[in-house]
Design a protein around this ligand. Structure first.
Ligand SMILES: Nc1ncnc2c1ncn2[C@@H]1O[C@H](COP(=O)(O)OP(=O)(O)OP(=O)(O)O)[C@@H](O)[C@H]1O
Length: 245
């Protein structure tokens, strides 16, 4: 059965007079990687700030696994794991220390925490580096630790805000492939914000955001089938650069 991990309904948000999101609606399903594709200024970070409750929207509604993030925020946020654009690991602590700290914040006991830390680090091929200080890791490895950390409390939805920015190609490819493995093996829902077309896999879902509005959403294969466009690059170009169908 498909479950809806995230439902966003008619969401609008403005910074003063500047409208950043305009009646945005979409759904993210469990077991799917949904790519939130939009050029700079499309509203991706604003949307993530609303889902994580950094800001509150006056118009619209957000549900995580059926829980309204305003009315049932504890239940809703417990189901959410987030990797922000800026790293938030403590560089002077080891990988394990960073993860234990996060587990403690979520009320996970030491024994259970260590078991989960091992599982998540092994899944991301980082267990060998568990004793290293975070400042010794390269950018790609830091990202993997952040993903492991975001998964420790077993969320249903993982939000990734441009997680590959600043990484070299092999590190980017490793992250893309690790996240897709997680989705298929753990029935996790992923919402991945990016402006990089080559991070989209053939069976991903896609939300194209432009100037605060959803221009298309659904399975990439269905969007290509309906529009007749060749690939995600053409979808992006048609929907965000003027001449559109
Ligand atoms: N604090 C703010 N005050 C005023 N306007 C803002 C603020 N933050 C964002 N905006 C504006 O809101 C719109 C959406 O910005 P947002 O950062 O959400 O887009 P984005 O898709 O995340 O872009 P990027 O890929 O560059 O991070 C843009 O026009 C931006 O200039």
């Amino acid at each position: 059965m498909t479950e809806i991990a995230l439902a966003v309904e008619n969401l609008s948000f403005a910074y003063g007079a500047k409208k950043a999101l305009d009646a945005v609606s979409f759904k993210v399903q469990s077991g799917e990687c949904t790519i939130l594709l939009g050029p700079n200024g499309a509203g991706k970070s604003t949307l993530f700030s609303l889902i994580t409750r950094l800001y509150d929207a006056r118009e619209g509604r957000i549900e995580l696994c059926g829980f309204d993030i305003k009315k049932q925020s504890l239940q809703a946020l417990a189901r959410l794991g987030v990797v922000f654009q800026q790293t938030t690991l403590d560089p002077d602590l080891s990988v394990t220390q960073n993860l234990r700290y996060h587990a403690a914040l979520h009320g996970i006991g030491r024994k259970a925490a260590d078991k989960r830390i091992q599982e998540e680090l092994e899944r991301l091929a980082m267990f060998e580096r568990r004793g290293e200080k975070v400042r010794q890791l390269n950018g790609g490895h830091k990202r993997r630790v952040e993903i492991a950390r975001a998964l420790l409390h077993r969320p249903s939805l993982l939000l990734l805000d441009e997680p590959t920015v600043g990484l070299d190609m092999p590190s980017r490819q490793a992250i893309v492939s690790h996240v897709h493995d997680l989705v298929s093996q753990q029935n996790l829902a992923v919402l991945w914000a990016t402006h990089l077309i080559d991070e989209i896999a053939a069976d991903d879902s896609l939300i194209v955001l432009h100037k605060g509005q959803v221009k298309a959403s659904g399975k990439l294969s269905e969007i290509l089938h309906t529009t007749g466009w060749a690939d995600p690059g053409q979808v992006f170009q048609k929907l965000t650069q003027g001449s559109q169908a």
